[in-house]
Every structure is written in C-alpha cells, then in structure tokens.
Write a protein that binds this ligand. Structure first.
Ligand SMILES: Cc1ncc(COP(=O)(O)O)c(C=O)c1O
Length: 402
C-alpha cells in the first residue's frame, strides 16, 4: 500500500541544479578537469567559498543563549528594524509605511508572499526566465506560476507583454502577485535601469485601480549590483496605497551566509488597519510553518547591520567580493561578445543566461567536455559566481563551440 497522497507521489527526487553540481563535484574529486558553473554561491578563484570574515566572526561570537532561545515568531524587533533600514533607509516615504517579518532566507519571504497575496489555485506572475524554485514554492503552496515574455527583440524588459499578462490575470483570477527579481536577475543576469522601473510602475498603476495587485521585488542579489542597488526606490513610491509593495530580503548572498537561513519579507502599507492585518497574517503564517527563525542567525545579522564598526567592516569586505565578481563579469563580457554569444545585458550578479534553442543537448555536450552549466528553457544558465577567473576563457569557448 502506498501511503503518500496521490498528488505527491511523483515529486522529483532532487533539485536538478543540485544533482548537476553533485555530478560535477564527484568528477572533480576523481581528478577530471571540471568547470562547474551550476551552483549559486560565490567562490573565490581557488574554489573556496568566499565568506565575509567579519560576518563569520560575528556568527561565531554570537552567544549560546542567543542561539538556544526561541526568537519571537515575527523575529526580534531590532532585526526587523535593521532590515527595513538597510533596504528602505534611503527612501523615507517607503520606510515610513513598512513592516517586516523574519523568514528563513529570501525563500521563506517568497513563500509567505505566495500564500498571503494569492488564493489557493491562483498563479503568481513573473518573467519567462525565472528562478525555478518559484514554481516549487508555488506548487507546494497549491498555487501556480504564470509568466510573461521577458525581453523585447532589442533586449529590454517587455512591458507590453507584462501589461497584457497582468490584464489577463485580473480577468482570470481577479488579483495579481507579480514577482520581479532585480537587480542581477537569476537566471539572466539582467538588471533594470531606473527608467525601466519608472515605466513598469506606470504600467502597473492603471491595473491596480481595477483589482488587488501586489508587486514583490526579490532583492536576493542586490549587494552585487553594478550600481547603487536602491537607486530606483523613489520610482516605486507612486505605488504606495494603490498597489501592494513587498520586498523579499535575504542575508544569504548579502552576508555570504547561505546556510544561516536569515531573511525577511518587508511590506510597505500606508493604511494603518491594512498594515496591522498584514502584520498579523504574516506572523500567523510563520507560526503555521517554521514557527520562528534561527535566533542566533537573526542576532548575528542584526549586529552586522547595526553596529557601526562591524557594518563598515562587512561593507568593505563585501565590496572586495563584489569587485571579484565584477571582474569576472567584465572578462566574460569581453570574451562572449567577441564570440557573438547571445545573452541579456549583464553588468553584475551571480548568473547570466546564454540563449540557445537546444539548451538540453548543448548542456549535455558541454558536460562531456567537463563544463557544467544549467539548461533552462531557451538558454544555458552560467553561474559566474562559481567560476575562477582563469577558467572563464575555456567556459566561453565551450559555450561558443560545443
Ligand atoms: C532569485 C532568488 N531569489 C531568492 C533566493 C533565496 O535565497 P535564500 O532563501 O537562500 O535567501 C535565491 C537563492 O538562490 C534566488 O536565486
């Protein structure tokens, strides 16, 4: 007798990216020459995890009681304030309306958004290229994913396609939850310019008059953007009170502590009653899933965000890692342009996607050459975050000639 419920019996056994990573790692251990561009963590040029030393030290020095005690269900108030200040401190009009709840990484924030801003059976809307776990998170919560074609023929965000998709969703399900991962979009590497944000908001506002529409900005990679990551926030202000505005904040990449599982969902809500109801709903969701977050992790990240000396040290160290990645991005761009690879504007971030009509076949052939990338629909995702500078020429060559 099979005891598992029928709808869960055919779950895939492993995340495909982790399986590829495992295979690449096993071959490397056997002595094969392998370039592994599958995984979403920043490695230094020797292949070791790039960890901010100050973050590691603060985590290490966090007291036993801070690890052992339960955190409040919504997270320590000091943590919630620190995250909101980090994210919205430069835009007081958003900060004045914001609330937050602690989550296990950005993933937890996405999960809470899905269950609180969509009814069961409804679909979140996102770009046609998107981080695959959006689907898993939606599926697990009995929601779905709908997409709009991400790019115009000249490589800009396709706002006409977005407009149409939003209208369709309003017609079909009477509400919209739009996920935009920016800057440093995973998997394409695209970062929107400020004028694109302005145009996107202008497209959303008329729809927001017709039905509840919530924009969630997934800022998991903000710390690695080429320019100041929060410059576009003023463009989001017109949404206040008209559309829902959420941010999925994550300490994973920001502090190079992926396993600490610290994140937050931040919501900007001017109306007091709605703000309180949302705050309650988010805490309720926490209680009903993971109960409360990693107490020591929240404490450590709070220290890193609020202690002036620690913050300055972590910021300086992060700048070194950001530059390490930016240097790889420059080399990739130079070589990839010379080989006429087709990919979106890429000026920073962990990933880029190279367009191809035969992603699965090409990725398999590249694997035979010892180069691991992730096949996705219409492209190959390349995690430059994990590729040493000296391997980039061979990587680009494999992408161009396999
Ligand atoms: C696009 C995107 N959003 C959110 C996350 C969340 O990461 P975490 O849950 O580790 O904070 C990731 C991690 O890879 C990501 O790629």
């Amino acid at each position: 007798m099979i005891h598992l419920i029928p709808s869960h019996r055919n779950r895939p056994s492993d995340d495909p990216i982790f399986s590829l990573h495992r295979e690449a790692t096993a071959r490397k251990a056997k002595g094969d020459r392998i370039i592994n561009a599958t995984i979403g963590v920043l490695l230094d040029d020797e292949g070791a995890l790039a960890v901010l030393p100050t973050a590691a030290r603060v985590v290490h020095e966090t007291k036993v009681d801070d690890w052992a005690a339960y955190a409040p269900i919504a997270g320590h108030p000091a943590f919630l304030q620190a995250v909101q200040n980090d994210l919205l401190g430069g835009e007081p009009r958003l900060r004045a309306t914001s609330i937050a709840v602690a989550t296990p990484g950005g993933s937890g924030a996405l999960r809470h958004a899905i269950v609180n801003f969509l009814e069961a059976g409804q679909a979140l809307l996102t770009t046609s290229y998107f981080w695959a776990p959006y689907s898993t998170l939606a599926d697990e919560a009995e929601r779905k994913v709908a997409t709009f074609s991400m790019f115009t023929s000249d490589g800009k965000l396709d706002l006409d396609a977005l407009d149409q998709a939003v209208a369709t969703q309003i017609q079909d399900q009477g509400r919209v939850l739009l996920f935009i991962n920016d800057p440093c979009h995973n998997p394409t590497g695209y970062s929107m310019h400020r004028d694109e944000w302005k145009a996107l908001v202008a497209r959303l506002l008329p729809h927001a008059e017709r039905a509840p529409l919530t924009l969630l900005v997934d800022v998991a990679y903000a710390a690695y953007s080429a320019g100041p990551p929060w410059d576009h926030l003023p463009e989001l202000v017109p949404l206040l009170g008209k559309a829902g505005l959420l941010f999925a904040w994550s300490a994973s990449k920001t502090f190079t502590h992926y396993g600490l599982r610290v994140g937050a969902l931040v919501a900007c809500i001017p109306e007091e009653k709605e703000r309180a109801a949302t705050d309650n709903a988010l805490s309720y969701s926490s209680r009903g899933t993971w109960s409360n977050c990693n107490a020591g992790g929240l404490r450590a990240i709070t220290q890193l965000l609020t202690d002036p000396a620690l913050k300055a040290a972590a910021d300086a160290e992060r700048e070194v890692t950001r530059k390490l990645l930016a240097h790889r991005v420059n080399i990739f761009n130079e070589l990839a342009h010379a080989k006429n690879l087709r990919y979106p504007r890429y000026d920073g971030g962990f990933f880029v996607s190279v367009f191809t009509d035969e992603a699965a076949e090409k990725a398999a052939r590249m694997r035979d050459r010892g180069v691991y990338v992730v096949p996705i629909r219409g492209a190959l995702r390349v995690g430059l975050c994990a590729v040493a500078e000296q391997d980039i020429p061979a990587l680009v060559d494999a992408l161009a000639t396999t």
